[in-house]
Ligand binder design. Sequence first.
Ligand code: SF4
Length: 91
Amino acid sequence: MNGVWIVTGIAFAFSVLLTILTTLFSKKEIEEEDIIKHLPGYNCGVCGFGSCSGMAKAILEDPRNYEKCRPMRKKEKEAFQKYLEEKGLWK
Ligand code: SF4
């Protein structure tokens, strides 16, 4: 009877671990897509990251990188910083 409880406990622990890992990995993808939506979308490369997608990846590594986007106006930058703060990316 104890064997059933042990197997059930192990299965439960693995399901919790799998749920946590899935959430962590999918969250990063969503954040990158979310960030791209907030960028101007010109893909001009002036920021030095090659494209808005490259900038989104750079922002995930260091949120201050968004300041390198020249086409983004002051008001858009303020709104974007607020968005980063809400997402917990701005420190
Ligand atoms: S400078 Fe701005 S608009 Fe141009 S590629 Fe970089 S993030 Fe996109």
